[in-house]
Design a protein around this ligand. Structure first.
Ligand code: PMP
Length: 391
């Protein structure tokens, strides 16, 4: 079919630059090891922080929900697609997060887009960290509000933005709780203080903190003891929770508003019963098996220290997301390929996902990696890193 020459041309450029990649197919379940192209490799690229994608309690809950309620819901939430289990789960989630209410979206992506695009008008301003996730950026593209981007976690720059927007009706300051490419944690207590000083709302995207930080994985707000001082908490059910979805936790008025105005919520079909039931079981696991979170952090410390001792640059990471920063796009992809040949799957991440010159192999250890698996990965990082002159 003709008519796509403009796309072909761009794709050819990516191929020349070595950044064009087919999608990687997993041929097994998502665990500490996966099978890719017939080869069993250690998985260092998933967000399956606690290993819940294959946890027996989640699988059993999903199976039972399919039997009892079927495979799909047949409607958007606002028409005929709200099952009792959706509402029950949201109440439980709100309770877990110590908020008045919670609302589940189809994904973390649509939760961010839904909130940021809907709750502000042209009299308002959204103030966003420059490294916030793409879904926040897209939400900002869709809002009628004015916009200010502040330098990454730079409190002076944030304060300047707050000072310069005092005539706005509402200011909404948005930050990732844990930044997805660098694994650093936002200085949330200081951000909250500034927002209190300048009377602005605070929103945190806890996609990489849900199930990871705070008591039983309650997120960055809990980690910093900021309950009641952060207006909007967004999180995902697709990473540590092991299933699929996103949520917004906050006051009831926010939930009521989103149900009526957040377009991804209004115009897209609700989660199948198996998804909601598995998410509910995941909440049981967070509450009853907190040792998984301890294990995740033990593995994180061990692996990060190992990479640093070998001389790799892991940037400002403070969480299980540990980037091995290489810089050059093509060299990053070579490191990833060398590792794969040795039985370690660690995906290279290049422009435009990260800025030019900041290409990295991003690693994420999980609670279900064994010490032996992580030691094996470190020896392979050492071998490939030396071969390519990175260390
Ligand atoms: N926010 C951040 C910071 C993320 O890293 C992601 C996932 N890439 C999302 C939101 C979107 O979450 P989901 O995969 O559930 O759509």
């Amino acid at each position: 079919m003709s008519g796509f020459a403009h796309l072909e041309k761009e794709i050819q450029e990516w191929k020349t630059a070595g950044t064009f990649r087919p999608l990687t197919e997993l041929e097994s379940e998502q665990g500490s090891k996966v099978r890719i192209r017939g080869q069993e490799v250690i998985q260092l690229s998933s967000n399956n922080y606690l290993g819940l994608t294959t946890h027996p309690r989640l699988k059993q809950a999903a199976l039972e929900a399919v039997e009892a309620f079927g495979a799909g819901t047949g409607s958007v939430r606002t028409i005929a697609g709200t099952f009792s289990m959706h509402e029950k789960y949201e109440k439980r989630l709100a309770n877990f997060k110590h908020t008045e209410a919670a609302l589940v979206f189809q994904s973390g992506f649509t939760a961010n887009v839904g909130v940021v695009s809907s709750i502000l008008s042209d009299q308002d301003v959204v103030i966003s960290d420059e490294l916030n996730h793409a879904s926040i950026i897209d939400g900002i593209r869709l809002t009628k509000a004015g916009r200010r981007i502040y330098k990454h976690s730079d409190l002076d720059d944030l304060e300047k933005a707050l000072q310069e927007t005092q005539s706005a009706r509402v200011r909404l300051v948005v930050t990732d709780g844990v930044f997805s490419m660098d694994g650093d944690i936002a200085p949330l207590p200081e951000i909250v203080e500034l927002c209190e000083k300048y009377d602005a709302l605070v929103m945190v995207d806890d996609a990489h903190a849900s199930g990871v930080l705070g008591k039983n994985g309650r997120g960055t707000v809990d980690h910093f003891g900021l309950h009641g001082r952060v207006h909007i908490q967004v999180g995902t059910l697709s990473k540590a929770i092991g299933v699929l979805g996103g949520y917004v936790a906050g006051p009831k008025v926010l939930r009521d508003y989103l149900i009526h105005r957040a377009r991804p919520f209004l115009f897209s079909t609700s989660h199948p019963p198996a998804v909601t039931a598995a998410c509910n079981a995941a909440l049981d696991v967070l509450l009853e098996e907190p040792q998984l979170i301890d294990r995740l952090w033990e593995n994180t410390r061990f692996f990060k220290e190992g990479l640093n001792n070998l001389g790799f640059d892991t940037g400002s990471s403070e969480t299980p997301i540990t980037p091995v920063i290489v810089g050059d796009d093509a060299l990053t992809m070579r490191l990833s390929d060398e590792l794969f040949a040795e039985g370690v799957y660690a995906q290279g991440i290049v422009y435009p996902t990260v800025a030019k010159g900041k290409a990295r192999v991003r690693t994420i250890v999980t609670a279900v990696h064994s010490k032996e698996e992580l030691e094996y990965c470190l020896t392979k990082f050492e071998k490939a890193g030396k071969k390519l002159g990175i260390i």
